[in-house]
Write a protein that binds this ligand. Structure first.
Ligand code: PLP
Length: 358
C-alpha cells in the first residue's frame, strides 16, 4: 500500500489536535461536568439562547444548503462592513487555509510560517504539496519582518500571520502588515481572535490584490463544534475560491447559527467583556505565583514560560486533576504552557491547582 501513498505525506508529522470533553472526561475518570477545559480557546459561555432556538426551529435540514452562501455572505459582509463580494465562508477557517493553499501552491512552492504560531499553516502547506519556510519570531514573539523578507524567493507564494498570534497572544502592527503586502506575496492575516483584540485590517482588503483576512466563529461566538469560519478576500480571489470549494462546504446548521448570532450580538458582547476582564485577572494571578512568566495577550488565552519546573510535568499533573490546558512539544515552546481564559471559577481551580504544585 505505502507505494501508492505520496512519499512526502508518509514522512509528514501529524497535527496534534485537542480532544472533546467526553474523551477528556473518560481519560481523567471525572464526570463531564467536572472537566475544566482550557485547551481549545473556546468560549465557556457558549452561544446565545437565540441561536439554540433558531437551530431548533429550522425546518430544512433535509435540504442542501445554498452553494453560494448568499444570505450568509451578506450577513458576514455587513458584520465586517464590506461588500458581500469579498466574503466566503468555510467549514471553520481551517478549511479556508486549506482552500487558499490548494488554489495557490504548485508542488514545491513555499509558504512562510512565523513560528511559533498556529499549526494548521504548516500542516495544510504540506498536505497541499508546498514547502514550509520557518522564520522564527524574535524573543518577544514579534514577527521578524526583515527576516521574512530575506527568506523570500521566486517560489514563495504565501505569508501567514496570525494576529493576535496563537499561542503567544501578541499582535502585529498595520504598518508591518503593509510592509509584507508590499512584497507582492499573498499575505493571510488570521484574525481568529479579533473580537478579543479589537484590532483588524479588514478595511484594507479592498485596496490590495494580495491581502486576505481570516476570521472564525469558533473562539468568540461559541460555535467551535459547528465549524464555521470566513475569509475577506480580494474579489478576484473570491471567484477562484468559489470555483474550487466543495459546493456545500458550510452546513445548514452552521449557517442558521451564524445568522442568529449576528442578530443577537448583545449576548456575546457581554460574554466577550467577561472573558477580557477574566484574562486580566488570570494574567495577574499567574504572575503572582512567582514561577510562571505569563506573556501579555490580546486573545482569550495566555501563554506562560515555566521559570522553575517542568512544563510537561505540570501539564500532566493538571490533567490528573481534570484541568486540561495546552502543552506544545516543540523546541521553542518546550517549557511553556497555554491556558484558555475560562470562567472565574476555572481561573480559581487552575490557580489553586498550580499553588499546590509550587
Ligand atoms: C483556532 C484557530 C483557527 C481555527 O478556527 P476554525 O474556524 O475553528 O477552523 C484559525 N486560526 C487561528 C490562529 C486559531 O487559533
Amino acid at each position: 500500500m505505502e507505494k501508492l501513498i505520496r512519499p512526502e505525506l508518509i514522512a509528514m508529522k501529524a497535527y496534534t489536535p485537542i480532544e472533546p470533553v467526553e474523551i477528556l472526561s473518560a481519560r481523567s475518570r471525572l464526570p463531564a461536568g467536572k472537566v475544566i477545559k482550557l485547551d481549545g480557546n473556546e468560549n465557556p459561555y457558549g452561544c446565545s439562547p437565540d441561536v439554540r432556538q433558531a437551530l431548533a426551529d429550522y425546518a430544512y435540514y433535509h435540504i442542501y444548503p445554498d452553494p453560494e452562501q448568499r444570505e450568509l455572505r451578506e450577513a458576514l459582509a455587513k458584520y465586517v462592513g464590506l461588500d458581500g463580494g469579498h466574503v466566503i465562508a468555510g467549514s471553520g477557517s481551517d478549511e479556508l487555509i486549506d482552500l487558499i493553499l490548494r488554489l495557490l501552491l504548485e508542488p514545491g512552492d513555499k509558504v512562510i510560517n512565523c513560528s511559533p504560531t498556529f499549526g494548521m499553516y504548516p500542516f495544510s502547506t504540506e498536505v497541499c504539496g508546498g514547502r514550509v519556510i520557518e522564520v522564527a519570531r524574535d524573543e518577544d514573539f514579534a514577527v521578524d519582518v526583515a527576516a521574512v523578507k530575506r527568506a523570500l524567493d521566486k517560489r514563495t507564494k504565501v505569508i501567514f500571520i496570525a494576529s493576535p498570534n496563537n499561542p503567544t497572544g501578541n499582535i502585529i502592527s498595520e504598518s508591518e502588515i503593509l510592509e509584507l503586502v508590499d512584497t507582492g506575496r499573498i499575505v493571510v492575516v488570521d484574525e481568529a481572535y479579533f473580537e478579543f483584540s479589537g484590532l483588524t485590517v479588514v478595511n484594507l482588503v479592498p485596496n490590495y490584490s494580495n491581502l486576505i483576512v481570516l476570521r472564525t466563529f469558533s473562539k468568540w461566538a461559541g460555535l467551535a463544534g459547528l465549524r464555521v469560519g470566513y475569509g475577506i478576500f480580494p474579489v478576484e480571489i473570491v471567484s477562484y475560491l468559489m470555483k474550487i470549494k466543495q459546493p456545500y462546504n458550510v452546513n445548514a446548521a452552521a449557517q442558521v447559527a451564524v445568522l442568529a448570532t449576528l442578530d443577537d450580538m448583545g449576548y456575546l458582547q457581554d460574554a466577550i467583556k467577561k472573558i477580557i476582564a477574566e484574562r486580566e485577572r488570570l494574567f495577574i494571578e499567574l504572575g503572582e505565583l512567582g514561577w510562571l512568566k505569563p506573556y501579555p495577550s490580546r486573545g482569550n488565552f495566555i501563554l506562560c514560560s515555566v521559570l522553575d519546573g517542568n512544563a510537561e510535568e505540570i501539564w500532566r499533573k493538571l490533567q490528573s486533576k481534570g484541568i486540561f490546558i495546552r502543552y506544545f512539544n516543540v523546541t521553542r515552546l518546550s517549557n511553556c504552557l497555554r491556558t484558555s481564559v475560562g470562567k472565574p471559577e476555572d481561573t480559581d481551580a487552575l490557580i489553586g491547582a498550580l499553588k499546590e504544585m509550587g
